[in-house]
Design a protein. Structure first.
Lengths: 359, 359
C-alpha cells in the first residue's frame, strides 16, 4: 500500500549522496547550543566529526575540547590567525548574529566551507557581505535551517509538491517562548540590538515560520504588514518583544504569523489549501508532529525519538554530504539573505504602519 | 477539588435567571439553518417555543408550519401587515443580511423583541438603523452570537477573567470552509454583494474569530490591516473569497486571523498569554473543544454531545431568559454594530493597503 511505503520512507534521508567520507568541522562559538546540541549531534553523525572548537576563552576552549575528545580548543584570535587550519574542512558559526561576518570572512580566507547559523547576520548589508566574501573565495556557504532537514518537514514538502493541498490558500505560523524564564539574564545577547540586529522576536523566532513556509511552498513574500511592541522593560532596547505580520506570498497565498519572546511556549505551522491541510505542531524545536488532513480524515505522523540533537545531526551530515558530493546546497547564502530582507521589511512595515513590498 | 467542581459546572447555564415562562418566537426566513437547526433547537428548549414561521412562499410557510407543529405559516407580506402578531412575543431574523433591517423595523412597530442573526445587516449604516429603530420603539435587540452561549466559550472566558493566561499577548483565529462543495450553487446569496454586504469571507466566517476574541478578552480592535482576494470566478462579485487581517486590540494584544470560503474546513481560535494558552478547536460550528495549557500541561475538555442545534437551544433560551427576566443583554445592538464597524475597516484596510484605525 502507498501509505505503508510512505511511512517506511518517512524518516529516511532522501538527500544523501555520499556513502562515505568525513568532513571535519571547527565549531565557532561555544554557547549552550554548541555544547549541548551541536557537539553531541556531530558525535552521532555519519559524515562528519568535530576537530576544533573556538571560543573567546582559551580555558573554555581547552576544557570543552577535552570533555568531548576534540583535537583542538583555540581562541577567536587563534582562529583568525589560521591556527589548526589544516585540522578542519568547514566551520560552523554559532556566535551571536553580529559576529557571523567576521568568522565567515576568515573561513573564506582559509578556504573552508561555511555553515552559518540563522539569521545569517545582524543586517541585510552584513549578510550580503557574507555572501560576497564566500562567493569571491569560492567556498560553499549554507545557512543552518535545521527545519529543512527535519523528516516531518521534508515529507510535508513532498506532500505539497504532490498536490495534497490543492491550491495553497493561507498559512499560519506561531513561535512563542518565555525567554526570560529559559535564560534568566537580562544582559543576554538576544536583548541587545547591537548583537541580534533588527530585534528579538522576528529574528530569533518568527524566522522559523517565515523560512519553513518558504521552504514548504517554494514561495516568497511579496508584501508584508506588521505590528510589534515591547511592553516589558527587559525588552526596552528591542522593538519586538512580541510581533505579528501579515504577508502575501507569491501566487496570492496569504500568511499570518505571530512570535513572542515573553509568552507561553507554543509552535505551530499550518498551511490550508483548497483541498487539504498540512500542519506541524509542535513545529520548530525538535519532535515535529505532522498532521495531514483531507475532508474529515486526519493522519498524524510523528517521529517520536526525534529531537534537537537529531535535527542537528541531519543538518551537519547534510552539509557534509553537500561538500563531499559537491551537490547543490538548498539553503544557500541567497536563500538566507532573502529571510533577512523579509525580516528587515517586517520591521520597516511595523515602523511605518504601512505595507512594504519585496522585490 | 477545584478541578472537579469546575468540570461539574462546565456545561451548566451560568446565565439563567428565569425558572419558568415561555417566549413565543416567529422565525423569519426559512432557509436550511432555520428548518434544520433553529426549529429543532427551539423544540428542545426550556423557555421558548415557535408559534409562527415566515417565508416568501405561502406554500413553504404552511408546509414547514405543518411539519413542525407550528401554529402559523405566513408570508413576508403577512408579517409586515401584522398577521398573527398576537401569537408571538419575539422574532428571530435569519434572512440574507440585507433584509434584516426591514424585518426588524416591522418587529419594532409590532413591539416584539428582536433576535437578529449576525452580521446584523449588510452595512454599518443599515445596522445603525436597526439599533435606532429598536431603541426608538424600546424593544429588546440581541444579535445571535451563538458562540457566546457555548459552554466551552463561556468557561474559556471565565478562565481569562481568572488570570489563567497572565497577560494576553497574541490571538489567532481561522475559519475556513469549502462553500461551493457545501452549497453547490453559484447564485447563492452569500456570493451576492447586494445581499451579503461587504463580502463573503469576513462577513460570514471571519466574524466568528472577531466576535469570539472580543467576547473572550473583552477587548476590541483599535487598528486593522488586511488583505483579501477572490481568485475563483464564482467569487468575482465579492472581494474576499479569502481574507486575512492583523489587528491590534485594546491593551496592545495582537491578533491575526484568516478566513476562506474556498478551502479545507478548519476552525481554530487560540489566545496565547504570558502564562498560559487557551484554544478552541474545533472552534466555531458546534462541538467546541477547549484546550487550556500552562507550562507543559494541557487539559482538554469537550462537551461531546454538543452540536449546532444545542448551541442554538442555548441561544434561544438565553434571549427568552433575557426577555422574561428583563436582564441585560450582552451581545446587544451596539455590540453587533462594533463587529460591522470592524468588518468595514477590514475591507477598507484591504482596499487601501494601509492600517485603518477604529475609534
Amino acid at each position: 500500500m502507498a501509505f505503508t511505503d510512505w511511512m517506511t520512507d518517512y524518516a529516511g534521508r532522501d538527500w544523501q549522496q555520499s556513502a562515505s567520507g568525513t568532513v571535519r568541522y571547527a565549531l565557532v562559538g561555544l554557547g549552550w547550543w554548541t555544547t549541548d546540541v551541536a557537539l553531541p549531534a556531530i558525535a552521532a553523525a555519519e559524515l562528519c566529526e568535530t576537530t576544533v572548537v573556538v571560543s573567546s576563552s582559551a580555558e573554555k576552549a581547552s576544557r570543552i575540547a577535552g570533555e568531548h575528545g576534540v583535537d583542538y580548543g583555540i581562541t577567536y584570535d587563534d582562529y583568525h590567525e589560521g591556527v589548526a587550519a589544516d585540522a578542519y574542512d568547514a566551520v560552523y558559526i554559532a556566535t551571536p548574529n553580529a559576529f557571523h561576518l567576521e568568522y565567515a570572512e576568515t573561513a573564506a580566507q582559509l578556504d573552508k566551507g561555511v555553515l552559518c547559523e540563522k539569521p545569517m547576520e545582524a543586517s541585510v548589508e552584513r549578510a550580503e557581505r557574507i555572501v560576497n566574501v564566500c562567493d569571491d573565495a569560492d567556498v560553499p556557504l549554507m545557512v543552518a535551517y535545521r527545519m529543512q532537514t527535519d523528516p516531518a518537514v521534508r515529507r510535508a514538502r513532498e506532500l505539497v509538491e504532490d498536490g495534497f493541498l490543492g491550491e495553497p490558500v493561507q498559512v499560519y505560523g506561531n513561535n512563542s517562548q518565555p525567554l526570560l524564564e529559559m535564560i534568566p539574564d537580562r544582559n543576554q545577547w538576544r536583548l541587545n540590538p547591537e548583537l541580534t540586529g533588527y530585534g528579538a522576536s522576528v529574528m530569533d523566532l518568527g524566522i522559523y515560520s517565515i523560512n519553513t513556509a518558504r521552504y514548504l511552498l517554494r514561495r516568497d513574500p511579496v508584501t508584508v504588514e506588521a505590528r510589534m511592541s515591547s511592553p516589558h522593560e527587559a525588552f526596552d532596547a528591542v522593538p519586538d518583544e512580541r510581533s505579528s505580520f501579515l504577508a502575501v506570498l507569491e501566487g496570492d497565498v496569504q500568511m499570518v504569523s505571530t512570535a513572542s519572546q515573553r509568552a507561553h511556549a507554543d509552535t505551530q505551522l499550518k498551511i490550508t489549501g483548497t483541498d487539504g491541510q498540512l500542519e506541524l505542531r509542535p513545529a520548530f524545536h525538535g519532535q515535529c508532529t505532522l498532521y495531514a488532513s483531507k475532508g474529515d480524515v486526519t493522519a498524524e505522523v510523528s517521529h517520536r525519538s526525534f529531537d534537537a540533537v537529531e535535527e542537528m545531526t541531519e543538518e551537519f551530515d547534510y552539509f557534509a554530504d553537500r561538500l563531499l558530493s559537491e551537490a547543490i546546497i538548498y539553503p544557500d547564502g541567497e536563500h538566507g539573505l532573502t529571510d533577512l530582507r523579509i525580516i528587515e521589511a517586517i520591521h520597516q512595515a511595523a515602523d511605518t504602519e504601512t505595507a512594504v513590498g519585496l522585490d
